[in-house]
Write a protein that binds this ligand. Structure first.
Ligand SMILES: Nc1ncnc2c1ncn2[C@@H]1O[C@H](COP(=O)(O)OP(=O)(O)OP(=O)(O)O)[C@@H](O)[C@H]1O
Ligand SMILES: [Mg+2]
Length: 378
């Protein structure tokens, strides 16, 4: 605006040949002013946006002024014309400063509104903010909701796990006291108590291991040592490991693998994820039912799936089974073979650490859990 006004105010006496000189001098002085402005901005970078806006306007006015003053002193403008030109620049600068002041107040006011909203919990993003602040507010709201959900899940997990630990511990204590006090003496009951205590200890230490693994996954501290692994081999190993459990339950377990299906993976971690799926499948399949493990390449992606005969997972639970401590049933009474609801959360954490995804769908007489991983060529 100031530049246009100046052009209008300069009399026709300015020769066209002077133009390159005017442009050169103005650009040179403008550059100096701009460098000074950038330096000042650097020093003020932690100050209010209002101060920075004021600096921007001052720099713009100073650059214009420097050019105009150089024309006035070096060239032909003098007397009243000079005063006109200077006044136009000064008024333009003042108008610019005024507008910058109004804008700065608005930005500062809106950022204060955002800060006040952040301090007021629960955080709800205020609306009608300038675009960048609105993006920050919306991102904050999403992060807050995520954190709240995580915090809720953590609290639930602690409550449930302590419940799950306390119940078997109380049973073990009762059995140990009965043995110690000689309340049970017949050899058969004594042997049963010992067996039961050992089983419970194994279950509880498994649960503690799972909790530890999960906390490492959540802390991002899962260290994978990756190497070329064939999913077909992994399926064969998992099948061999799960066979005794399947036989004990009367479940038929089978494997199908069309090719090697190579992936870059931590064999131990991925084996654990697949193992968790298979244990679940066996646990939820009635005797005489079948659990099938399959390794294949589908649409350029390496897939390993576990299909069972569980009767299907309720639709409303399908999206929740990977949540920490989710166990499906509303009443959380620990059963002999019931888990803590950690297995799928661990499997998901491991698969995602491998840049893969894990999904579940209902399929035929049961459901199918599928791990998809990037395929390695060759
Ligand atoms: N193959 C399956 N068939 C039917 N329901 C399943 C199956 N796998 C998981 N679920 C449901 O999802 C819930 C969560 O499974 P998850 O493996 O995370 O925990 P869990 O098996 O109960 O305990 P943990 O694995 O810690 O021993 C299960 O309790 C069950 O309700
Ligand atoms: Mg499980």
């Amino acid at each position: 605006m100031t530049g246009l006004a100046v052009a209008a105010a300069v009399p026709a006496r300015v020769a066209t040949g002077d133009l390159p000189l005017v442009v050169g001098v103005t650009a040179g002085l403008g550059l100096l002013v701009a460098l000074a402005g950038i330096w000042v901005m650097g020093r003020l970078r932690t100050k209010s946006i209002g101060v920075m806006l004021a600096v921007v306007v001052v720099v713009a006015v100073a650059a214009t002024l420097a050019g105009v003053v150089s024309i006035i002193t070096k060239m032909i403008i003098e007397g009243p014309t000079k005063d006109f030109v200077l006044s136009v620049v000064a008024v333009g600068g003042l108008v610019g400063l005024g507008v910058a002041f109004v804008l700065a107040r608005r930005v500062v006011g809106e950022s204060r509104r955002l800060v006040a909203a952040v301090r007021r919990l629960p955080f709800v993003a205020p609306q009608g903010l300038p675009a960048e602040l609105q993006t920050i507010a919306n991102t904050l709201e999403e992060a807050y909701a995520r954190e709240q959900a995580l915090e809720g899940a953590r609290r639930e997990l602690v409550a449930w796990v302590s419940h799950d630990l306390r119940t078997p511990l109380a049973g073990m204590r009762a059995m140990a006291e009965a043995l110690e006090d000689g309340v049970v003496t017949d050899p058969e009951t004594v042997a049963r108590y010992h067996r039961q205590i050992k089983l419970e200890v194994e279950r509880l230490s498994g649960m503690v291991d799972d909790l530890f693994e999960l906390s490492r996954i959540h802390a991002g501290a899962l260290r994978l040592s990756r190497s070329r692994v064939g999913l077909a081999d992994l399926v064969a190993d998992t099948l061999a490991g799960a066979e005794p459990l399947a036989r004990a339950k009367g479940v038929v377990i089978a494997a199908e693998a069309s090719a090697a299906v190579p992936v870059e993976a931590d064999a131990g971690a991925l084996g654990r994820a697949l193992g968790n799926l298979v244990v679940n499948a066996i646990r939820h399949t009635p005797s005489d039912g079948t659990v099938t493990l399959r390794a294949a390449v589908e649409r350029g992606v390496a897939c390993v799936s576990v299909t069972d005969c569980c009767g299907g997972i309720p639709e409303e639970d399908l999206s929740r089974v990977f949540e920490v401590a989710f166990r499906g049933e509303a009443a959380r009474t620990p059963t002999a073979d019931g888990g803590a609801g950690l297995g799928l959360a661990i499997a998901q954490g491991i698969v995602e650490a491998h840049d893969g995804e894990i999904v579940v769908v209902n399929d035929g007489p049961g459901c199918r859990f599928e791990i998809r991983l990037p395929l390695v060529g060759g």
